[in-house]
Design a protein around this ligand. Structure first.
Ligand SMILES: Nc1ncnc2c1ncn2[C@@H]1O[C@H](COP(=O)(O)OP(=O)(O)O)[C@@H](O)[C@H]1O
Ligand SMILES: [Mg+2]
Length: 148
């Protein structure tokens, strides 16, 4: 069975370098206990491009999605944006967050949330929704180095 294909943006330029960072991210994501991987760094360092490459190369049995949140400034809409992206219909009862969490619970899916800094208030929802089994202190952000 092929994984559902959620639309990934087409990279506008070929990737330069970053092979090591892509491999490192993939190896983190393959570990069952890693439910959340954060790329942090100053604007323009290459977080979006790196995460897109990781998405393009990743293989998860229930699919890979890339959700750009740049147009969003309401953290309450993050769950709805994710649900829309993966084609999840809103149920009439229950909150969108609960619905999304229930749906994702037994899925093997990579969801890249780009521009998350705009909706930081949704971070607890993502941490819980990702089923993170680790404590916050174990969650190591991944810092892409600037190009030389
Ligand atoms: N490894 C790379 N290869 C080619 N282009 C890149 C690479 N990293 C970043 N870019 C380009 O540099 C610009 C800034 O990168 P971006 O990923 O948007 O940065 P950030 O998300 O950290 O603000 C974008 O136009 C992006 O396509
Ligand atoms: Mg970016």
């Amino acid at each position: 069975m092929t994984a559902p294909q959620f639309s990934l943006p087409q990279p506008s330029t070929p990737l330069i370098g970053r092979a090591q960072e892509v491999a490192s991210a993939q190896s983190h994501l393959r570990r069952a206990e890693v439910r959340l991987l954060t790329l942090v760094g100053p604007p323009g360092v290459g977080k979006s491009r790196l995460s897109l490459q990781v998405a393009v190369e990743a293989r998860f049995s229930d699919g890979v999605g890339y959700i750009g949140l740049s147009q969003l400034n309401d953290a309450n809409l993050v769950a709805v944006s994710i649900a829309q992206h993966i084609g999840l219909r809103q149920m009439s009862s229950g909150s969108p967050i609960e619905h999304l969490q229930n749906y994702l619970r037994d899925k093997q899916m990579l969801l890249v949330l780009d521009n998350f800094e705009q909706v930081m208030a949704a971070a607890p929802m993502v941490a819980v929704g990702g089923g993170s089994r680790t404590q916050d202190s174990d969650h190591q952000p991944h810092r892409p180095a600037p190009f030389d």
